[in-house]
Design a protein around this ligand. Structure first.
Ligand code: ATP
Ligand code: MG
Length: 336
């Protein structure tokens, strides 16, 4: 695939943090791309570095966290070379927008939906008449499938449900002409049916407008219903990337398999769910070799000597494992 087809491309990204205990190595991502119009999922446990990845893309890292190395190409432009001023004027909230688990945090409680959506539209389309602006707000609210837009736009954020608030935020992102949406666990707090509605909306917007989404989640089952490809993040490193069907049916990394086998299913009812032995890596003391080595049942000495090269095992499927030949799919319980 030509890199022009990618809305975002990350290369050799290393993100560290100064802490009182020393330097913490938080992200080390060899290569990751999000194709135009794609919903790409980043899946990882709590602390894997999902939110930090989103904040790095947006140039919003906490003060003690810094990019040590790498490139983040947004439509070919390296975001890491841009000043904060340029990021805030041209990129953040415009080209790339983020939605969070708590939409109230991003909406202003003292303004109505109309005020907030119309403000974004007029900023991007100066000179619209009052009537044109009103029609555009209706159009944007209809685009995100908010029922009864005329009534909804008169409401304040606290009068809306969580799902409706997320839809308002998505409509604001689209009004700002964003083409990459980062959803950081944005549907986590919603009821299952409301959640499904938002996921369906993301799919429709991808198809209709070519909107690309970085869908961040710790829920593999949920992500696999909406994403085309998934990247498995473990302790700041992407261990495997592939099409959803491949990741689910034929996971090649032992960590991906363990993640999948720990998902509850009807067949596993009454049986204990497998757990991964060992402890999660400490960012202050990262392993020199494979980041998963000390928890891996297929471990051998070579695993802790060198970092596995990140390589393509079948077209479009990338893996960081020295011993991938041994990592054939096996039974659910091989982790315990
Ligand atoms: N400012 C900081 N200084 C040092 N370490 C940090 C800082 N912010 C985050 N971290 C560490 O970076 C790692 C990744 O954090 P992050 O918030 O990205 O995880 P996450 O995958 O989003 O987890 P969750 O699913 O709980 O939201 C964690 O180990 C966290 O403790
Ligand atoms: Mg997070």
């Amino acid at each position: 695939m030509n890199s022009k087809d990618n809305v975002l491309e990350i290369k050799d990204l290393k993100v560290d943090a100064h802490t009182v205990m020393g330097t913490a190595e938080l992200l080390n991502i060899k290569h990751l791309e999000i194709k135009t119009g794609e919903i790409f999922g980043i899946i990882g446990e709590s602390g894997a570095g999902k939110s930090l990845l989103a904040l790095t893309i947006l140039g919003l890292l906490p003060k003690n966290v810094y990019v040590k190395n790498g490139q983040i190409l947004y439509k070919g432009e390296d975001l890491l070379k841009k000043s904060q001023e340029e990021l805030s004027q041209r990129i953040r909230g415009k080209g790339i927008t983020m939605i969070f688990q708590d939409p109230m945090a991003s909406l202003n409680p003292v303004f109505t939906v109309y005020d907030q959506v119309s403000q974004v539209i007029s900023r991007h389309n100066p000179g619209l008449s009052k009537k044109q602006l009103y029609d555009r707000v209706i159009e944007m609210l209809e685009l995100v499938k908010l029922s009864d837009p005329e009534n909804t736009m008169k409401k304040y954020p606290h009068e809306l449900s969580g799902g409706m608030r997320q839809r308002v935020l998505i409509s604001m992102a689209l009004s700002a002409k964003a083409d990459l949406l980062i959803s950081d666990e944005a549907t986590r707090a919603l009821d299952v049916t409301i959640q499904a509605g938002i996921l369906k909306l993301l799919e429709e917007l991808a198809e209709k407008l070519g909107l690309s989404t970085l869908f961040i989640s710790s829920n593999m089952a949920l992500a696999s219903t909406v994403c085309q490809r998934l990247g498995i993040l473990y302790a700041g490193e992407v261990l495997e990337i592939g099409r959803v069907e491949e990741i689910i049916r034929n996971p090649r990394h032992v960590y991906t398999r363990s993640f999948l086998s720990s998902l509850p299913t009807v067949e596993k009812k009454g049986k204990p769910l497998p757990i991964i032995k060992g402890i999660y890596p400490d960012p202050l003391n990262k392993a020199k070799g494979c980041i998963f080595a000390d928890r891996c049942p297929d471990y051998s000495a070579e695993c802790s000597q060198n970092k596995p090269t990140y390589h393509e095992v079948i077209p479009g499927h990338f893996l960081a494992c020295i011993k991938e030949e041994k990592h054939k799919p096996s039974s659910d319980n091989d982790m315990d």
